[in-house]
Design a protein around this ligand. Structure first.
Ligand code: G3P
Ligand code: MG
Length: 253
């Protein structure tokens, strides 16, 4: 089971900052999840919330600021709000990157602008840093957006986020030609995971910090977990697989 650092190593460092990503790499996370918002300067900035007061010393929303002024804000421990380009430069292919698009946009013209920019940023990362296409996953709760993205970025892996268990289980992800179903820990069941696997989808679950939840995901056969504490979570998973090996050895005797 892979470990993805949720907003970086955000349990100990300010979320969606270069510091949190650096620490996630140090903690040997298999991947980093980050949230992107489209900024009017035609750039992506890394913020979970559209409004600034939750995680920075700014007020109002991201588009009340120029990009330069936005980057002067304190996002915690004197870290600044990075752009997606800056984050990818730092991560430099050292692990997977799950890019979560935070957008409620469904207007085709606006979506195309988002996709064109994303394509440009990812092409730049492939050309200049040590990434391969297989290291990127784009996810969103906005399923109409996911339905359209592959027309602009056919090579990209996608993940349908869901906070509720759909009546037809993983079917919605299949309809979007997604590669993953990424559900909340609060709604997972063995049925949901098995259905996704039978449909050839991977299941990455958010946000999994507690040992009971890590164990649940492990036993259900989840493919990856998003956690705020990558080192701790990795350590607990290693312990679980060690226990499994010991059981197998004991049975063989
Ligand atoms: O991508 C997994 C997770 O980050 C989705 O929820 O609200 O933490 O962005 P949220
Ligand atoms: Mg997220």
């Amino acid at each position: 089971m892979k470990v993805i650092a949720h907003r970086g190593a955000s349990g100990e460092y300010p979320e969606n900052t270069l510091l949190a990503f650096k620490e996630a790499i140090k903690q040997q996370a298999d991947g980093i999840e980050l949230d992107i918002q489209y900024h009017q300067s035609n750039d992506f900035v890394l913020l979970h919330y559209y409004y600034l007061d939750k995680t920075t010393d700014g007020k109002g929303s991201i588009n009340d600021y120029s990009l330069a002024d936005l980057q002067k804000l304190n996002a915690g421990q004197n870290e600044f709000i990075p752009t997606l380009k800056q984050a990818l430069k730092l991560i430099d292919g050292k692990c997977l990157v799950n890019i979560e698009i935070k957008s409620a946009e469904t207007n085709n013209y606006a979506l195309i602008k988002i996709f064109q920019l994303l394509k440009q940023v990812l092409n730049h990362a492939i050309a200049h840093y040590n990434f391969t296409w297989s290291q990127f996953v784009v996810s969103s709760f906005n399923h109409p957006l996911l339905a359209e993205i592959k027309t602009s970025l056919p090579k990209i892996s996608t993940a349908a986020l869901t906070a509720s268990c759909p009546v037809d289980y993983a079917e919605c992800a299949l309809q979007l030609s997604a590669n993953n179903l990424n559900p909340s820990i609060e709604i997972i069941s063995q049925q949901l995971i098995d259905d996704a696997h039978q449909k050839g989808l991977q299941v990455w679950v958010y946000t999994v910090d507690r040992e009971e939840d890590i164990l649940k995901c492990y036993l259900y056969g989840v493919d990856a977990v998003f956690t705020n504490y990558p080192a701790q979570t990795k350590c607990y998973i290693n312990q679980l697989s060690q226990d499994d090996n010991n059981v197998v050895k004991t049975v063989k005797k």
